[in-house]
Design a protein around this ligand. Structure first.
Ligand code: ARG
Length: 623
């Protein structure tokens, strides 16, 4: 989990400390104040091994760094200073700047190889047919989608599964209700709303007519036995609900590799439960069949109900066996609300009891907290059926109003408002640690200021607009004035200066400071160099918010840099000309400074776009 700068510093110090590079690299910290340096090595842990006081070690290492004929093992050069027991390092010269920018410019930006050769199965979204797509399902969809992207960029082979809740006794009730009071037109017009109405009416009327419950049970029995009418109706409900869910997925840019609902496992459950039986794990308890988990400190996991029918526990047992044995998963992720934590702990414990080799498979429940709307708990019951589409719709309308006020002449306004509005909702969900409650305040979320998705999208667009302007002016980010080599070189931009523009430190023999060697640019470059680290952290903790936070930090450092001086200022600095520098040289150094700043802008824009895509947000070029 280290950056290229940490690795370079470690390579330099490793021989003097006797600590291997990888270990040493992981020990660097970021100084609390950037004026202290870029990296800091606490020398306290070295004291015992080297039998010296930490400040003596820091002082000696500093002397060695400053004296060494750098560049030593890496092209990056360092200057050191001891501060008590800390060794503070600052990168010097221009090599480190090039190295950081080159990393961001590489087609490998954000790509890791950590997961190479391994397959992860990610279960997310997983709403229930004929029921509203709840807030929990939104969180699962957004978090799961980001986790899928993160695994993919880290080299994992990813299989995403939508584990639809498409089976259970409620379908018997729904069929019974539909046959009494339902009709096709109403269902097709509002599949989930109508299903819910039928379901609620069924329960209301059943209070006075207990026979209804029996009728519902009979229909479910028929469904389980493969009765044609029951099966056709069930298929129809599933199809209509899916159409509705699909609209939400399309807006969020989410798709799944496999749509394997609970019903998919119907004919595998018996065999799975038999394996538990053969392993001697099943016990009867109050008529039901359970696996006891006393030793694990958990209540028994229910496998079969007293009537012998399967339930959630046995379904998830079967599902996990399938994902390991048929889908060849090395890691199984379940992105499901925290209220199901016990269920997953139980299922995972049962699997390990059944076969100890399950310990080799990474089984992870990725829980998340509740979601509130303007500080209030959101209810998806009654009325607020397709509430999610409403939330997205409102976010998009608000984004549209913001755009209208800011940039009324923007082309493709509608597409951009859609990207910004949905981006606001997605980012609002991902910006904090997932176990925290997500509070949706739409007005704040769509704002282009503050810790929002639109702020990141806007920062990205701002950098792109700068790059477009530069292109018109003919300045390339690789440091060469575009028109220079071609048609008619302007007087001030003699071809001979190209080399100087490309290698600013050699401009006039004397080492000029690199145009990006300013506090604001340095802070931005250092942030840039931490992108892979943010991705790794997010994966390690299954916490997309690490990338969200990283992007906010990157955008903040970039905006500070952006505001710290005019990037496209091509006028030669006054003093320089006065000091007798040839006018051509001054102009070319102004162009070279602009080109370097543009190069940083492009690297930041590319990183923002890449990171936003990982989280599931679009990054329009114009806002
Ligand atoms: N459909 C379930 C619900 O809405 C979530 C399913 C999660 N996945 C699983 N394998 N249990 O609560």
């Amino acid at each position: 989990m280290t950056t290229l700068l940490q690795q370079s510093a470690a390579a330099l110090l490793s021989p003097w400390t006797g600590i291997n590079e990888a270990e040493l690299a992981s020990r660097f910290e970021y100084p609390p104040d950037e004026s202290l340096g870029d990296l800091s090595l606490p020398c306290f842990p070295l004291a015992k091994q080297l039998r010296r006081a930490p400040n003596a070690i820091a002082a000696e290492l500093a002397a060695q760094v400053n004296a060494a004929g750098q560049p030593a093992p890496s092209p990056i050069r360092w200057r050191a200073e001891a501060a008590g027991g800390f060794l503070n390092l600052s990168a010097v010269g221009s090599e480190w700047i090039d190295a950081v920018l080159a990393e961001a410019e590489s087609p490998q930006l954000g790509r890791l190889t950590d997961g190479t050769g391994r397959r992860v199965i990610i279960d997310y979204s997983s709403p229930n047919i004929a029921k509203p797509f709840g807030v929990g399902h939104l969180r699962s969809t957004v978090i799961g989608h980001a986790l899928a992207n993160l695994h993919r960029t880290a080299g994992w082979e990813v299989v995403t599964v939508n584990h639809l809740g498409d089976w259970g006794t409620q379908f018997g009730k729904l069929i019974s209700a539909y046959k009494r009071w339902g009709n096709r037109a109403a269902l097709e017009n509002d599949p989930i709303g109508e299903s819910l109405r039928l379901y609620v009416r069924f329960h209301d009327e059943a209070e006075d007519a207990p026979g209804l419950i029996d009728d519902g049970r009979d229909w479910f029995a028929k469904l389980e036995q493969g009765d044609e009418e029951a099966h056709d109706l069930w298929t129809y409900f599933v199809r209509e609900s899916l159409k509705e869910f699909q609209r939400i997925y399309a807006r969020l840019g989410v798709s799944f590799d496999r749509l394997l609902g609970e019903s998919f496992y119907n004919d595998q459950i018996k065999a799975a439960v038999e394996r538990l039986q053969a392993a001697g794990l099943l016990e009867e308890s109050e008529g039901a069949v359970v696996v006891r988990l006393d030793a694990e400190g958990m209540p028994p996991c229910l496998m079969l109900k007293s009537d012998g029918s399967s339930i959630y526990g046995s379904r998830d047992l079967t599902t996990a066996l399938y994902r390991r044995e048929q889908m060849n998963g090395d890691k199984l992720l379940y992105v499901v609300g925290a209220e199901q934590s016990l269920h997953f702990r139980q299922v995972f414990a049962v699997l390990e009891k059944l076969d100890p080799t399950w310990a080799d498979i990474e089984l992870v429940h990725v829980p998340f907290g509740l979601m509130k709307m303007e500080g209030r708990k959101m209810s998806t019951r009654r009325g607020k059926v397709v509430f999610l589409n409403e939330v997205l719709e409102e976010a998009v309308q608000r984004a549209s109003a913001v755009i209208e006020a800011k940039t009324p002449d923007l082309p493709d306004k509608e597409d951009i408002a859609e990207a910004v509005g949905t981006g606001a909702v997605i980012f609002g969900d991902l910006r904090n640690r997932r176990m925290l409650e997500a509070d949706f305040k739409l007005e704040e979320m769509v704002s282009m200021e503050g810790e929002t998705g639109p702020y990141l999208q806007y920062t990205h667009a701002r950098a792109r607009s700068l790059l477009r302007k530069a292109e018109i002016l003919g300045i390339l980010t690789n440091g060469s004035p575009a028109d220079l080599k071609s048609d008619e070189p302007a007087n001030a931009l003699e071809a001979a200066d190209t080399a100087a523009a490309l290698h600013p430190q050699h401009a006039s023999g004397a080492p000029n400071p690199h145009p990006l060697d300013t506090p604001a640019a340095r802070a931005c470059l250092f942030k840039l160099s931490q992108y892979s680290e943010a991705i790794r952290g997010a994966l390690r903790e299954h916490e997309p918010s690490f990338v969200a936070r990283y992007l906010l930090d990157l955008a903040k450092t970039y905006n500070r840099f952006y505001n710290s001086g005019k990037i496209l200022d091509l006028a030669p600095p006054q003093e320089q000309s006065a000091a007798g520098t040839a006018p051509g040289e001054a102009a070319s150094s102004a162009i070279c400074a602009a080109a370097s700043k543009l190069r940083l802008s492009e690297a930041v824009a590319d990183t923002l776009r890449h990171g936003l895509a990982l989280l599931g947000l679009k990054a329009p070029d114009k806002i």
